[in-house]
Design a protein around this ligand. Structure first.
Ligand code: NI
Length: 136
């Protein structure tokens, strides 16, 4: 029986979306308010789904305490209250869009969570804008 268990988390972070070879005007045109040269913050809401088989001995899919700890070390301690462009190495050369942040979170968790599980990362940048990445 395959089932998905989810854990929610939250972090705040600042970012700026831009391409350095573009003018401020072109960046503002493409990225809108998210291109503010002085940065701005978002309240990110994260849902991590872990998919796999229920262990018949325990009745668990995964010990959610383990998932909670990986989210804490790999996402919260790594990104919360950070300037993503300047303080998170993955975004030195890559725009910290909600899409790219979701992919980075997925990769960081993939390195930790046993491969017998599939992982799904849903990340909300605003209450109405969110993406889901499943590793494809
Ligand atoms: Ni933004």
């Amino acid at each position: 029986m395959r089932i998905k268990a989810c854990r929610k988390a939250h972090f705040n972070a600042a970012h700026r979306l831009y391409r350095k070879e573009w003018s401020d005007e072109k960046n503002a045109e493409i990225f809108g308010k998210c291109s503010n040269p002085k940065y701005h913050g978002h309240n990110y809401e994260l849902v991590v789904g872990v998919i796999g088989e229920i262990d018949p001995e325990t009745g668990f899919l995964i010990d959610l305490k383990i998932l909670k700890n990986y989210i804490k070390t790999e996402v919260e301690e790594y990104m919360d209250h950070k300037n993503l462009n300047e303080e998170v190495p993955e975004f030195k050369e890559m725009n910290p869009t909600v899409e790219n942040i979701a992919v980075v979170i997925w990769r960081r968790l993939r390195d930790k969570i046993p491969l017998k599980y599939d992982i799904e990362v849903t990340l909300y940048e605003t209450p109405r804008n969110f993406v889901t990445y499943t590793g494809e």
